[in-house]
Design a binder for this molecule. Sequence first.
Ligand code: UD1
Length: 420
Amino acid sequence: MDRFVIQGGKRLTGEVTASGAKNAVLPIMAATLLTSQECRIGNVPRVADVTTMRRVLEVLGSEVTHTDHELVIRSGSSLSHEAPYDLVRTMRASYYVLGPLLARAHRARVSLPGGCAIGARPIDLHLRGMGELGADVAVEHGYVVASCGRLQGNRMSLLGPVGSSVGATINVMMAATLAEGTTVIEGAALEPEVSDVASFLRAMGAAIEGDGTPFITIHGVEELHGAEHETIPDRIETGTLAAAAAITGGEISIAKCRPDDLQAVLSVLRKAGVSIEVGDDHLAVWAASGLRSVDVTVAPYPGFPTDMQAQITALMSITPGTSIITETIFENRFLHVSELLRLGAEIKIEGSSAIVRGVERLSGAYVMASDLRASAALVLAGLVASGETVVRRVYHLDRGYERFDEKLAGLGARIRREEE
Ligand code: UD1
């Protein structure tokens, strides 16, 4: 197991390049199951979750070649239909194979992912969506077992108890591409990753309109073909790097990103006193002095992303004043808080809010990563804490950030990876 050892106190300066979006490329990989022809995906981040999805596809019978930042995938004619527990439990997003398998192979047996550190995370909306498309869906022995004839287009709402679901929207959209007739998803998620998957599906020959709005219409076609696609840049990685610049009082530029996809994050950072210059595909971020506390409430896109909540909490922990950070999407997403306390932060949890009173300085300590974004928050805190911070269990971070230690070191951070 690896850990990061960070000597805090170094301002970040220089240029860094954003990687491709993990949350777009995982469903895009699953979508290649919809055709027997070859698909080529570019700007693929080299992160552990991509390797896990590759294994899931290989177990299903796909041939996958991964070179540098490109994936070539062919899911020929003899597909298996079972995604086993051992793989799915390591990455929830494995459930993205459910829709494509049902659409093409007319049956699927996919392990239920179970809960994870940030909450229960049910998949009832995915299952309801497949049922609305005419599949028989049951849960047996920890597996979702589903079968169908050709899926049938339908009109459905995929709104859950806290609003839209990124995963259910994408899974149903993928399945509906090969259904007979037209499907309309109401209450669809607006996240840029949904539109990136829709673009890939269109390149495969799918007829999809309205992605990026709450109503997505999919006109089913008989078959899809191979396609090429460049994955969008990762908005959460970009936001995390911007927060890293801010927390260290640094000055960095981020190349090959999409500032339009992170307006809510940029607006919060600006309110906090961070200067930001925006180009079409790059950002300049500098934080001279005088950061101010801001209150933040997480919301589905285009609101402030839950995936940036931990990082903004870390930034507010050393910003003068009191800020209230409210989580609305996942019930247990404050696991980073108790670790930030070990670094000297002053944070109280009240219901679904973290009340953060900015302290003058954090001091390095051993901390433990609990999930992907919590790990990022601890690394950010370590960059500014005095002395040495050791972040353990960075395999959580490696799931979704490409060479994060190297990118930060390239900006001047004193950070090294060690085996425990
Ligand atoms: C995706 C992202 C994750 C991000 C989240 C919210 C991927 C691989 N992961 O997760 O990084 O934090 O969006 O932006 O893209 N819900 C249900 N029933 C369901 C599905 C979801 O009740 O069937 C609930 C969830 O528990 C949660 C809310 O809906 O409270 C939103 O979840 P959802 O958008 O589905 O998140 P994921 O797609 O799992």
